[in-house]
Design a protein around this ligand. Structure first.
Ligand code: B16
Ligand code: MG
Length: 214
C-alpha cells in the first residue's frame, strides 16, 4: 500500500491551520446579532460544507426559512467577520508538527495538494506563508458541489495526473471523510473527525501520517 500512494490531499480549515475556530466565532457573532441559536454542536455539522449549506443547516436547526436576499446578507455578514479574524493569521499559526510533516512528505517525493471547500483558501495560504507550497490548490471557487460530494478531491487528483486510489485525504470533517471514501481515496482523520473515529486512520497528531506512508 505504501508504494501505491503518490499524493496527500490536505483539507485546510482545521487541518493545516485552526481557522475552524474563526469560522465558529464568525457564525456565532452573526447568529447572535440575527437572533439565531448557534452553539459548538451545530458548528461541528458545518465542518467541510459550503457557506450556503452551513447557513441552511443553522436555519433548519430552528425551523427557520429565509428569502434568498436575506441569506446573502447573513452570509456576507458572517464572511466579513471571518475575514476580519483571518487578518490575525501569520506563519506562526502553522504548528511545528504540521510544518515538519509537510516538509518530510515533500522530501520523500509525495505530491501535496489542498482540497478545501473554502473560497478564502488562497488568502489563508498566503497569510500563513504557504501560498506557493502546494502542487495544486482546489478550493470553493473551483467546485460546484461541496463535501460530502467528492468533486474537490477528484479535481485535485486530476490536476496532479494521478488516480484517486493513489491519494490519501487528511480531513477534520465527517463530510470530507465521506467525500474521500466516495471516490476511493484513503482517509486520515484528525481533530473532530478523529474523535468520531470515521477515518481509515484516526490521528492525534498530523505527524503520525508520516509513519504510515513513508
Ligand atoms: P468559506 P475546509 C470549509 O473549509 C470549512 O470547514 C467550512 O466550515 C466552511 O463553511 C467552508 O470551508 C466554506 O468556507 O466561507 O471560507 O468559503 O475545511 O474544506 O478547508
Ligand atoms: Mg476542515
Amino acid at each position: 500500500m505504501k508504494n501505491l500512494i503518490k499524493a496527500v490531499i490536505f483539507d485546510l480549515d482545521g487541518v493545516i491551520v485552526s481557522t475552524d475556530e474563526y469560522h465558529y466565532l464568525a457564525w456565532k457573532r452573526m447568529a447572535d446579532e440575527a437572533g439565531l441559536y448557534f452553539d459548538r454542536d451545530i458548528n461541528s455539522a458545518l465542518r467541510g460544507v459550503s457557506r450556503l449549506e452551513s447557513l441552511n443547516i443553522i436555519l433548519s436547526r430552528q425551523n427557520r426559512h429565509a428569502p434568498e436576499a436575506d441569506k446573502l446578507r447573513l452570509m456576507d455578514k458572517k464572511n466579513g467577520y471571518y475575514k476580519e479574524y483571518l487578518e490575525r493569521l501569520s506563519p506562526t499559526f502553522v504548528t511545528e508538527d504540521t510544518a515538519n510533516t509537510l516538509s518530510t512528505l515533500r522530501k520523500r517525493g509525495f505530491m501535496l495538494a489542498i482540497g478545501s471547500s473554502s473560497r478564502n483558501a488562497r488568502f489563508i495560504l498566503e497569510r500563513i506563508g504557504y501560498g506557493d507550497f502546494f502542487d495544486t490548490v482546489v478550493d470553493g471557487n473551483d467546485i460546484s458541489r461541496s463535501k460530502p460530494d467528492p468533486e474537490v478531491y477528484l479535481l485535485a487528483a486530476k490536476r496532479l495526473g494521478i488516480l484517486p486510489e493513489q491519494c490519501i485525504v487528511v480531513e477534520d470533517s465527517a463530510a470530507g471523510i465521506e467525500a474521500a471514501f466516495a471516490c476511493g481515496m484513503r482517509t486520515a482523520a484528525v481533530g473532530y473527525a478523529a474523535e468520531t473515529g470515521c477515518g481509515d486512520w484516526n490521528f492525534d497528531k498530523l505527524s503520525e501520517l508520516v509513519l504510515k506512508v513513508v
